[in-house]
Design a protein around this ligand. Structure first.
Ligand code: TNX
Length: 557
């Protein structure tokens, strides 16, 4: 039984077996040790899968779970789990650390602990042990694109559970893009009336034209849903980072509020195909004001220390063609439209800062220059841009297409269901070094973490999301937690253990060998096509990033 210790994922800093066992029973109680007042509730909730009463007691008795908070001992997200025959101690740096301690404990129990209910009479016996653990990075994320294909709230909540299972602490929700706006607005009801659905969706790979499916698609989260998602995540030590992608990827927003556009009198539609569209929000102050209002509304229900403002893939033609925008650029003394792009994002970030919120951007925003120094840069166009942003002093989350874009094929196999390109194999994800030796120490000090992306052009529903996400997210979680490449895929016992936990949790992951017959692309609308080859994608993005204006890249004061 002690060998379960060797199967923990992510691998803890240290773990050793001790003699004896601890058993959770009807009589097991929970005790708040020093500093732990609020966290015993949290630990009780996290242990609810045991279906035991777990009464709270004032002093430890035989068989108690004792929770102590001590930020000095294990760092903000660290914990120690000490399991002895007569007592189980959780000493954590914070409520997050206590949550991770329970997650570790759950992995040490039989897999049935990951089912929604265990058979009556299940014996919850743990081998005694001591685990001391803390993450090596602060930002351990997964991004869900709920715009291209909407993901029902229940699936988002389930994904939060799966993040927590892997000690991932950021759920980045890409809530708006050209193909759909997913946020209820009290002030602008037309957003959900007009922008939250489309009449049909392109079939096949975006690089080809193979018609559409003739089926409407849509959905949105009500304000109450967003509040629920935020609260559910918080209970599991996950911070939801909402994204409103501006000024590009904004066709859906513009379909509802065309007056925010850069083309006077322009008409816009929610897009039904994939790619980069010319439609940009106008960078004028009146538009900044409306975006700020939308952000304010969103933060009322989904408070977060971080908001992502996108900034990616903005062809600036519509701004160039608009005399009012040209005049505005000149009035601000900005040399070109790229600088105005940076300036628009900067003004929005300043407004967020007024609310105590830090802005996060895709790396093109950094490429345009002029960002606030406290902005966080998600470097998706490769390692060079990650280095440059880190060298310029920005905190950077590494999100390179290779190997963190899990919307790409898992394998180069014609049985795979249609994806954008690739492949990004499990071994590639595991080999990611968050802080590579090629980066300077100063650059690496600014790398705050890594994140997996699940763009959903080719992820129409939650079953396929499971298939693309897992087990690649398992490897990413280990990389993020340990701050180093992971050997997990080459450790058969650990792989087997984690896949059985996923099975118990009902996750339809991609098996390590072949996809199951019903997971394949078949010959119809989702048949495999090779798509964009990975080497070409990474080369093209590196080249794009190299064209960024080198003078603009220092943070502005
Ligand atoms: C690039 S990454 C995009 C997304 C697409 C994704 C598909 C980024 C900031 N922009 O709009 O969904 O590629 O892999």
């Amino acid at each position: 039984m002690t060998d379960r210790l060797a199967t923990l994922l992510p691998r803890p800093r240290s773990a050793r077996g001790l003699t004896g066992t601890f058993t959770f029973t009807e009589r097991t109680s929970i005790v708040a040790g020093p500093g732990a007042d609020g966290s015993t509730d949290l630990v009780r909730r996290a242990l609810s899968f045991l279906r035991l009463p777990l009464p709270q007691r004032g002093t430890p008795e035989l068989g108690s779970v004792v929770v102590t908070l001590d930020p000095a001992a294990h760092g903000p997200e660290g914990y120690q789990l000490l399991v002895r025959p007569d007592r189980l101690d959780i000493v954590a740096g914070s409520t997050a650390g206590a949550t991770y301690a329970v997650s570790t404990l759950r992995q040490l129990l039989p897999e049935v602990a990951w089912r929604a209910a265990a058979a009556r009479g299940t014996v919850w016996e743990l081998a005694c042990c001591e685990v001391t653990d803390a993450p090596a990075t602060d930002w351990r994320g997964v991004m869900l694109d709920v715009s291209r294909h909407f993901l029902p709230k229940r699936e988002v909540l389930r994904m939060i559970d799966l993040l927590a299972m892997h000690k991932l602490n950021r759920l980045h929700l890409h809530l708006a893009d050209d193909q759909g706006w997913r946020i209820e607005s009290a002030r602008y009801p037309q957003l959900t009336e007009l922008a939250s659905h489309r009449p049909h969706t392109a079939l096949g790979h975006g690089a080809e034209h193979s018609g559409h499916d003739g089926t409407p698609h849509g959905g949105y989260y009500t304000r109450a849903d967003l509040a629920e998602i935020g609260a559910y995540a918080q209970e599991r030590a996950v911070t939801v980072v909402p994204e409103l992608d501006v000024p590009g990827h904004a066709s859906a927003l513009l379909a509802a509020l065309p007056e925010l556009g850069s083309v006077p009198g322009g008409k816009y539609e929610v897009q039904t195909t994939w790619g980069v569209f010319p439609n940009l929000l106008s960078p004028l102050p009146a538009v900044e004001q409306v975006v700020d209002e939308l952000l304010g509304e969103l933060l009322e229900v989904l408070p977060s220390p971080f908001v992502h403002l996108g900034g990616d893939e903005c062809p600036l033609g519509q701004w160039e063609d608009n005399p009012e925008i040209q005049a505005y650029r000149e009035s601000r003394g900005l040399p070109n439209m790229a600088a105005l792009h940076g300036d628009f994002l900067r003004r929005l970030a300043d407004r967020l800062a007024g609310r105590g919120v830090r802005a996060v951007f895709w790396d093109e925003a950094f490429g345009s220059g002029g960002l606030r120094p406290d902005s966080i840069v998600m470097a998706w166009r490769g390692d060079e841009v990650a280095r440059k942003a880190a060298a310029a002093g920005f905190q950077v989350v590494r999100t390179p297409v290779f190997p963190t874009y899990l919307d790409y094929y898992s394998d180069d196999d014609p049985r795979e269901p249609l994806a954008i390109g690739g492949p990004v194999r499990l071994a590639d994800v595991a080999a990611l070094d968050p802080r590579p030796a090629a980066f300077t120490e100063a650059e690496n000090a600014n790398v705050i973490g890594v994140q997996a992306q699940l763009w959903s052009e080719y992820l129409p529903h939650a079953r396929l999301l499971d298939y693309r996400a897992f087990p690649r997210v398992c490897a990413l979680a280990e990389v993020a937690w340990t701050g180093a490449p992971s050997t997990w895929p080459e450790e058969p016992e650990r792989v087997r253990a984690q896949l059985s936990r996923l099975d118990a949790a009902g996750v339809e992951y991609r098996p390590l060998g072949d996809p199951k017959p019903w997971q394949r692309g078949g010959t119809g609308a989702r048949a495999f096509r090779s798509g964009y080859p990975m080497a070409e994608v990474t080369r093209a993005l590196d080249e794009l990033a190299a064209e960024d204006n080198p003078e603009g890249l220092q943070p502005s004061s």
